[in-house]
Design a protein. Structure first.
Length: 168
């Protein structure tokens, strides 16, 4: 009987060990499934967030004004520039352009030639149309139209397409 009893104890120990292993294995499997599920959710959220950021950064940032014209918010702010002898030999120019969200601008020029400086201020409206930058000057009643490229948030490259075209 002692042998049978030992065999019974041995079987009981084996049974306990078997259930312990099953419990341990199921715990590990449960943890793996939970981790996978958690990782999947994190990955899904990361992908969704990345797509939203990419879509926002690729947007043109055009806003339609009450008059129906569109402005690109990247042009809003104060912009400065200068040139020396590029249009008129011996004349240097500098300017400060303030563009506002409502599509208006104030342009301050300083011209220097032969040691004499002159200041001039112009006002007008600006907008984007057919992928081109338009600048209507109140003083002349004419519009300059430019091709443009956003280089970065601090630089815009422009080249004139149609200078001082009469606005219909």
């Amino acid at each position: 009987m002692g042998v049978d009893n030992m065999a019974g104890i041995s079987n009981d120990i084996n049974l306990v060990m078997f259930y312990s292993k099953m419990l341990f294995t199921s715990t590990i499997l449960f943890n793996l499934v939970t981790v996978k599920k958690y990782s999947y959710m994190k990955l899904r959220n990361l992908i969704i967030f990345s797509i939203l950021v990419l879509m926002n950064s690729c947007s043109t940032q055009l806003t339609t004004l009450p008059n129906g014209k569109q402005v690109d918010k990247r042009f809003v702010g104060t912009w400065t520039g200068s040139e020396n002898g590029q249009q008129i030999d011996g004349m240097s120019k500098s300017w400060e352009m303030k563009r506002f969200e409502d599509g208006t601008f104030i342009l301050d020029f300083t011209y220097t030639q032969f040691g004499e400086s002159k200041n001039l201020q112009e006002t007008g409206n600006w907008w984007i149309e057919n992928g081109k930058f338009n600048e209507f000057h109140d003083e002349s009643g004419k519009t300059d139209v430019y091709q443009y490229e956003i280089i970065n948030k601090n630089q815009i490259g422009k080249s004139i397409c149609e200078g001082r075209a009469k606005l219909d």
